[in-house]
Design a protein around this ligand. Structure first.
Ligand SMILES: [Zn+2]
Ligand SMILES: [Zn+2]
Length: 354
Protein backbone atom coordinates (compact mmCIF):
# COMPACT_ATOMS: atom_id res chain seq x y z
CA UNK A 1 0.00 0.00 0.00
CA UNK A 2 1.36 3.46 -0.81
CA UNK A 3 2.06 5.82 2.07
CA UNK A 4 0.59 9.30 1.85
CA UNK A 5 0.49 12.53 3.85
CA UNK A 6 -3.24 13.08 4.27
CA UNK A 7 -4.78 16.46 5.13
CA UNK A 8 -7.86 15.57 7.21
CA UNK A 9 -8.65 19.11 8.36
CA UNK A 10 -7.41 22.47 7.15
CA UNK A 11 -4.83 24.02 9.41
CA UNK A 12 -3.81 20.71 11.01
CA UNK A 13 -0.60 18.73 10.37
CA UNK A 14 -0.62 16.07 7.65
CA UNK A 15 -1.23 12.56 8.86
CA UNK A 16 1.09 9.87 7.51
CA UNK A 17 -0.85 6.75 6.63
CA UNK A 18 -1.32 3.91 4.18
CA UNK A 19 -3.80 4.58 1.40
CA UNK A 20 -5.02 2.56 -1.54
CA UNK A 21 -4.72 3.72 -5.10
CA UNK A 22 -6.94 2.47 -7.90
CA UNK A 23 -5.39 1.00 -11.03
CA UNK A 24 -4.89 3.39 -13.92
CA UNK A 25 -7.92 3.47 -16.22
CA UNK A 26 -8.17 4.51 -19.88
CA UNK A 27 -5.61 7.23 -20.60
CA UNK A 28 -4.11 7.16 -17.10
CA UNK A 29 -0.75 6.14 -15.66
CA UNK A 30 0.58 5.14 -12.27
CA UNK A 31 3.85 6.82 -11.35
CA UNK A 32 6.14 5.72 -8.51
CA UNK A 33 7.50 8.99 -7.19
CA UNK A 34 11.14 9.79 -6.58
CA UNK A 35 10.65 13.37 -5.43
CA UNK A 36 7.86 15.89 -4.79
CA UNK A 37 8.48 19.54 -3.97
CA UNK A 38 6.28 21.46 -1.56
CA UNK A 39 4.76 24.46 -3.33
CA UNK A 40 3.13 27.46 -1.67
CA UNK A 41 -0.17 26.34 -3.19
CA UNK A 42 0.05 23.10 -1.22
CA UNK A 43 0.59 24.98 2.01
CA UNK A 44 -2.14 27.51 1.20
CA UNK A 45 -4.61 24.70 0.47
CA UNK A 46 -3.65 22.83 3.61
CA UNK A 47 -4.21 26.01 5.61
CA UNK A 48 -7.68 26.44 4.06
CA UNK A 49 -6.95 29.59 2.04
CA UNK A 50 -8.99 28.44 -0.95
CA UNK A 51 -11.57 26.12 0.56
CA UNK A 52 -12.11 22.73 -1.09
CA UNK A 53 -12.83 19.31 0.35
CA UNK A 54 -11.03 17.11 2.85
CA UNK A 55 -9.61 14.59 3.39
CA UNK A 56 -7.17 15.32 0.62
CA UNK A 57 -3.65 14.44 -0.46
CA UNK A 58 -1.84 17.50 -1.80
CA UNK A 59 1.48 17.70 -3.69
CA UNK A 60 1.74 18.55 -7.38
CA UNK A 61 5.40 19.17 -8.28
CA UNK A 62 6.82 15.73 -8.76
CA UNK A 63 9.20 13.46 -10.60
CA UNK A 64 9.09 9.68 -10.79
CA UNK A 65 9.05 6.52 -12.86
CA UNK A 66 6.05 5.23 -14.78
CA UNK A 67 5.04 2.03 -12.99
CA UNK A 68 1.97 1.08 -15.01
CA UNK A 69 0.10 2.43 -18.02
CA UNK A 70 -3.65 2.17 -18.42
CA UNK A 71 -5.41 1.21 -21.65
CA UNK A 72 -4.89 3.56 -24.58
CA UNK A 73 -1.68 5.21 -23.32
CA UNK A 74 0.69 5.25 -26.27
CA UNK A 75 2.87 8.19 -25.23
CA UNK A 76 4.51 6.63 -22.16
CA UNK A 77 6.00 3.28 -21.22
CA UNK A 78 6.73 1.52 -17.95
CA UNK A 79 10.07 2.52 -16.43
CA UNK A 80 10.15 5.88 -18.17
CA UNK A 81 11.05 8.85 -15.99
CA UNK A 82 8.54 11.69 -16.00
CA UNK A 83 7.81 15.05 -14.42
CA UNK A 84 4.24 15.18 -13.09
CA UNK A 85 2.24 18.42 -13.19
CA UNK A 86 -1.35 19.39 -12.49
CA UNK A 87 -1.95 20.38 -16.13
CA UNK A 88 -4.43 17.68 -17.15
CA UNK A 89 -5.42 18.36 -20.72
CA UNK A 90 -7.13 16.75 -23.69
CA UNK A 91 -5.14 18.24 -26.58
CA UNK A 92 -8.29 18.66 -28.64
CA UNK A 93 -10.51 21.38 -27.12
CA UNK A 94 -10.38 25.02 -28.18
CA UNK A 95 -8.06 26.08 -25.36
CA UNK A 96 -5.71 23.16 -25.94
CA UNK A 97 -5.57 23.86 -29.66
CA UNK A 98 -4.85 27.51 -28.89
CA UNK A 99 -1.80 26.42 -26.86
CA UNK A 100 -3.29 26.97 -23.41
CA UNK A 101 -3.59 23.46 -21.99
CA UNK A 102 -3.80 24.76 -18.40
CA UNK A 103 -7.24 26.14 -19.39
CA UNK A 104 -8.44 22.86 -20.99
CA UNK A 105 -12.23 22.57 -20.85
CA UNK A 106 -12.52 18.80 -21.20
CA UNK A 107 -13.88 16.60 -18.39
CA UNK A 108 -11.79 13.70 -17.12
CA UNK A 109 -12.69 10.63 -15.14
CA UNK A 110 -10.19 11.66 -12.48
CA UNK A 111 -12.04 14.98 -11.98
CA UNK A 112 -15.06 13.01 -10.77
CA UNK A 113 -13.46 10.01 -9.12
CA UNK A 114 -10.35 10.34 -7.01
CA UNK A 115 -8.09 7.29 -7.30
CA UNK A 116 -7.12 7.59 -3.61
CA UNK A 117 -8.91 5.93 -0.68
CA UNK A 118 -8.15 5.61 3.03
CA UNK A 119 -6.87 2.20 4.12
CA UNK A 120 -10.13 1.61 5.99
CA UNK A 121 -12.25 2.82 3.04
CA UNK A 122 -13.56 6.29 2.27
CA UNK A 123 -12.49 8.53 -0.60
CA UNK A 124 -9.64 10.98 -0.34
CA UNK A 125 -9.57 13.96 -2.69
CA UNK A 126 -6.75 14.06 -5.22
CA UNK A 127 -5.56 17.54 -4.23
CA UNK A 128 -4.32 19.77 -7.07
CA UNK A 129 -5.04 16.92 -9.46
CA UNK A 130 -1.98 14.92 -8.42
CA UNK A 131 -2.02 13.85 -4.77
CA UNK A 132 1.76 13.61 -4.90
CA UNK A 133 2.60 13.73 -1.18
CA UNK A 134 2.56 9.95 -1.55
CA UNK A 135 4.79 7.16 -2.80
CA UNK A 136 2.65 6.79 -5.91
CA UNK A 137 0.12 8.73 -7.97
CA UNK A 138 -2.39 7.85 -10.65
CA UNK A 139 -2.70 10.74 -13.09
CA UNK A 140 -3.84 11.35 -16.65
CA UNK A 141 -1.06 10.64 -19.15
CA UNK A 142 -1.09 14.31 -20.23
CA UNK A 143 0.17 15.21 -16.74
CA UNK A 144 3.37 13.20 -17.16
CA UNK A 145 6.14 14.47 -19.41
CA UNK A 146 9.25 12.34 -20.08
CA UNK A 147 12.59 13.64 -18.76
CA UNK A 148 16.12 12.17 -18.91
CA UNK A 149 17.02 9.45 -16.39
CA UNK A 150 20.46 10.81 -15.42
CA UNK A 151 19.53 14.12 -13.77
CA UNK A 152 18.73 14.58 -10.04
CA UNK A 153 15.08 13.88 -9.27
CA UNK A 154 14.70 16.61 -6.64
CA UNK A 155 15.91 19.23 -9.11
CA UNK A 156 13.65 17.96 -11.89
CA UNK A 157 10.58 17.87 -9.64
CA UNK A 158 10.42 21.66 -9.41
CA UNK A 159 9.93 21.81 -13.18
CA UNK A 160 6.36 20.60 -12.60
CA UNK A 161 5.06 23.86 -11.16
CA UNK A 162 7.44 26.61 -9.99
CA UNK A 163 9.64 26.61 -13.08
CA UNK A 164 6.87 26.13 -15.64
CA UNK A 165 4.87 28.87 -13.98
CA UNK A 166 7.64 31.40 -13.37
CA UNK A 167 9.45 31.06 -16.68
CA UNK A 168 6.11 30.93 -18.51
CA UNK A 169 4.88 34.07 -16.75
CA UNK A 170 7.85 35.95 -18.22
CA UNK A 171 8.13 34.31 -21.63
CA UNK A 172 4.57 33.48 -22.54
CA UNK A 173 2.20 35.62 -20.48
CA UNK A 174 4.49 38.66 -20.25
CA UNK A 175 6.04 38.19 -23.70
CA UNK A 176 9.30 39.69 -22.39
CA UNK A 177 11.51 40.88 -25.25
CA UNK A 178 15.25 41.52 -25.54
CA UNK A 179 16.16 44.83 -23.91
CA UNK A 180 13.08 44.99 -21.69
CA UNK A 181 12.95 46.25 -18.13
CA UNK A 182 11.13 43.65 -16.05
CA UNK A 183 10.02 43.91 -12.43
CA UNK A 184 9.25 40.76 -10.47
CA UNK A 185 7.30 41.24 -7.24
CA UNK A 186 7.91 38.38 -4.80
CA UNK A 187 11.09 36.29 -4.83
CA UNK A 188 9.68 32.90 -3.83
CA UNK A 189 9.87 29.81 -6.02
CA UNK A 190 7.74 31.26 -8.82
CA UNK A 191 9.32 34.72 -8.56
CA UNK A 192 12.87 33.40 -8.87
CA UNK A 193 11.80 31.51 -11.98
CA UNK A 194 10.11 34.57 -13.43
CA UNK A 195 13.49 36.28 -12.98
CA UNK A 196 15.23 33.38 -14.76
CA UNK A 197 12.61 33.48 -17.51
CA UNK A 198 13.07 37.23 -18.01
CA UNK A 199 16.85 36.77 -18.26
CA UNK A 200 16.47 33.90 -20.75
CA UNK A 201 14.10 36.07 -22.82
CA UNK A 202 16.82 38.75 -23.01
CA UNK A 203 15.60 41.35 -20.52
CA UNK A 204 18.23 44.01 -19.91
CA UNK A 205 17.15 44.99 -16.42
CA UNK A 206 15.40 42.65 -14.01
CA UNK A 207 14.39 44.24 -10.72
CA UNK A 208 13.30 42.02 -7.84
CA UNK A 209 11.01 43.39 -5.15
CA UNK A 210 10.44 41.57 -1.87
CA UNK A 211 10.30 42.32 1.84
CA UNK A 212 12.96 39.82 2.93
CA UNK A 213 16.65 40.52 2.35
CA UNK A 214 17.58 36.82 2.11
CA UNK A 215 15.04 36.35 -0.68
CA UNK A 216 16.44 39.36 -2.49
CA UNK A 217 19.92 37.84 -2.22
CA UNK A 218 18.52 34.71 -3.89
CA UNK A 219 16.92 36.92 -6.57
CA UNK A 220 20.35 38.29 -7.45
CA UNK A 221 21.73 34.75 -7.67
CA UNK A 222 18.96 33.93 -10.16
CA UNK A 223 19.79 36.91 -12.37
CA UNK A 224 18.11 40.02 -10.94
CA UNK A 225 20.17 43.10 -11.81
CA UNK A 226 18.72 45.06 -8.89
CA UNK A 227 16.85 44.20 -5.72
CA UNK A 228 14.53 46.44 -3.72
CA UNK A 229 13.31 45.75 -0.21
CA UNK A 230 9.82 47.29 -0.20
CA UNK A 231 9.90 47.55 3.60
CA UNK A 232 12.82 49.95 3.57
CA UNK A 233 12.73 51.56 0.10
CA UNK A 234 10.05 52.87 -2.24
CA UNK A 235 9.92 50.58 -5.32
CA UNK A 236 8.57 53.46 -7.42
CA UNK A 237 11.77 55.40 -6.78
CA UNK A 238 13.91 52.46 -7.87
CA UNK A 239 12.01 51.45 -11.00
CA UNK A 240 11.82 53.53 -14.11
CA UNK A 241 8.76 52.58 -16.14
CA UNK A 242 8.83 48.82 -16.48
CA UNK A 243 7.87 47.13 -19.74
CA UNK A 244 6.58 44.10 -17.85
CA UNK A 245 5.75 43.64 -14.18
CA UNK A 246 5.16 40.11 -12.90
CA UNK A 247 3.23 39.90 -9.62
CA UNK A 248 4.12 36.53 -8.11
CA UNK A 249 3.39 37.39 -4.48
CA UNK A 250 -0.07 36.13 -3.58
CA UNK A 251 -1.43 39.47 -2.44
CA UNK A 252 -3.74 42.10 -3.89
CA UNK A 253 -1.26 44.73 -2.76
CA UNK A 254 1.37 43.28 -5.11
CA UNK A 255 -1.03 43.75 -8.04
CA UNK A 256 -1.74 47.38 -7.12
CA UNK A 257 1.94 48.06 -6.55
CA UNK A 258 2.78 46.44 -9.89
CA UNK A 259 0.42 48.64 -11.90
CA UNK A 260 2.08 51.74 -10.50
CA UNK A 261 5.46 50.65 -11.85
CA UNK A 262 4.45 50.11 -15.50
CA UNK A 263 5.32 52.33 -18.43
CA UNK A 264 2.58 53.37 -20.84
CA UNK A 265 1.57 50.32 -22.87
CA UNK A 266 3.21 48.00 -20.36
CA UNK A 267 1.93 44.63 -19.21
CA UNK A 268 1.17 43.50 -15.67
CA UNK A 269 1.18 39.72 -15.33
CA UNK A 270 -0.81 38.37 -12.38
CA UNK A 271 0.38 34.93 -11.36
CA UNK A 272 0.28 34.85 -7.55
CA UNK A 273 -3.09 33.91 -6.07
CA UNK A 274 -4.18 35.57 -2.82
CA UNK A 275 -6.59 33.87 -0.44
CA UNK A 276 -10.19 33.75 -1.72
CA UNK A 277 -12.03 37.05 -1.26
CA UNK A 278 -9.06 39.43 -1.53
CA UNK A 279 -9.64 42.18 -4.10
CA UNK A 280 -7.28 44.58 -5.83
CA UNK A 281 -8.23 48.07 -7.06
CA UNK A 282 -7.18 49.87 -10.22
CA UNK A 283 -8.07 53.10 -11.97
CA UNK A 284 -9.83 52.22 -15.27
CA UNK A 285 -9.18 55.69 -16.68
CA UNK A 286 -5.45 55.32 -16.19
CA UNK A 287 -5.55 51.80 -17.61
CA UNK A 288 -7.30 53.02 -20.78
CA UNK A 289 -5.43 56.29 -21.12
CA UNK A 290 -2.03 54.67 -20.71
CA UNK A 291 -2.88 51.57 -22.76
CA UNK A 292 -1.85 49.17 -20.03
CA UNK A 293 -2.66 45.49 -19.91
CA UNK A 294 -3.39 43.27 -16.96
CA UNK A 295 -2.91 39.62 -17.88
CA UNK A 296 -3.74 36.69 -15.63
CA UNK A 297 -1.87 33.46 -16.17
CA UNK A 298 -2.54 30.00 -14.86
CA UNK A 299 0.63 27.90 -14.57
CA UNK A 300 2.51 30.46 -16.68
CA UNK A 301 0.36 29.63 -19.72
CA UNK A 302 2.73 26.66 -19.97
CA UNK A 303 2.69 23.92 -22.57
CA UNK A 304 4.33 21.13 -20.57
CA UNK A 305 5.05 18.78 -23.47
CA UNK A 306 7.00 21.54 -25.25
CA UNK A 307 8.29 23.49 -22.28
CA UNK A 308 9.63 20.77 -19.99
CA UNK A 309 12.08 19.29 -22.55
CA UNK A 310 13.21 22.83 -23.46
CA UNK A 311 13.72 23.73 -19.79
CA UNK A 312 15.68 20.51 -19.21
CA UNK A 313 17.94 21.45 -22.13
CA UNK A 314 18.47 24.95 -20.65
CA UNK A 315 19.35 23.33 -17.31
CA UNK A 316 21.86 21.02 -18.94
CA UNK A 317 23.36 24.04 -20.74
CA UNK A 318 23.76 25.85 -17.41
CA UNK A 319 21.28 28.57 -18.37
CA UNK A 320 18.51 27.54 -15.98
CA UNK A 321 19.14 26.99 -12.29
CA UNK A 322 17.25 24.08 -10.74
CA UNK A 323 19.58 22.67 -8.06
CA UNK A 324 19.64 26.08 -6.36
CA UNK A 325 15.83 26.01 -6.02
CA UNK A 326 16.04 23.00 -3.70
CA UNK A 327 16.70 24.28 -0.18
CA UNK A 328 16.58 20.87 1.49
CA UNK A 329 15.27 17.34 1.01
CA UNK A 330 13.16 15.44 3.54
CA UNK A 331 11.68 11.97 3.79
CA UNK A 332 7.87 11.81 3.64
CA UNK A 333 7.76 11.11 7.41
CA UNK A 334 9.10 14.61 8.05
CA UNK A 335 6.76 16.46 5.67
CA UNK A 336 5.21 18.56 8.45
CA UNK A 337 8.62 19.90 9.38
CA UNK A 338 9.35 20.64 5.72
CA UNK A 339 5.97 22.40 5.26
CA UNK A 340 6.42 24.50 8.40
CA UNK A 341 9.77 25.74 7.11
CA UNK A 342 7.97 26.79 3.89
CA UNK A 343 5.34 28.60 5.97
CA UNK A 344 8.05 30.49 7.81
CA UNK A 345 9.56 31.53 4.47
CA UNK A 346 12.78 29.66 5.22
CA UNK A 347 12.92 27.67 2.01
CA UNK A 348 12.63 28.25 -1.71
CA UNK A 349 11.56 24.65 -2.13
CA UNK A 350 11.73 21.82 0.36
CA UNK A 351 11.52 18.57 -1.55
CA UNK A 352 10.21 15.26 -0.29
CA UNK A 353 12.33 12.36 -1.56
CA UNK A 354 11.04 8.80 -1.59
ZN1 LIG B 1 2.51 24.81 -7.38
ZN1 LIG C 1 -8.37 20.46 -23.82
Amino acid sequence: MPRAAVCHRFGEPFSLEDVSLSDPREGEVRVRLEACAICHSDVAYADGAWGGRVPTVLGHEACGLVAETGPGVASLRTGQRVVVSLIRHCGACGRCRAGEPALCTAAFGLDERSPIALAGGGRVEQGLRCGAFADEVVVHASQAVPVPPHLPAASLSVLGCAVLTGVGAAERAGAVRPGDTVVVIGSGGVGLNAIQGAVIAGAERVIAIDVADEKLAAARLFGATAAVNARTADPAAAVEAADVVIATAGSARAVEQGLALLRRGGTLVVVGMPASGEEARFDPTQLAHDGMRIVGTKMGTARPADDIPRLVALYEDGRLKLDELVTATYPLDRINEAADAMRRGEAIRNVIVF
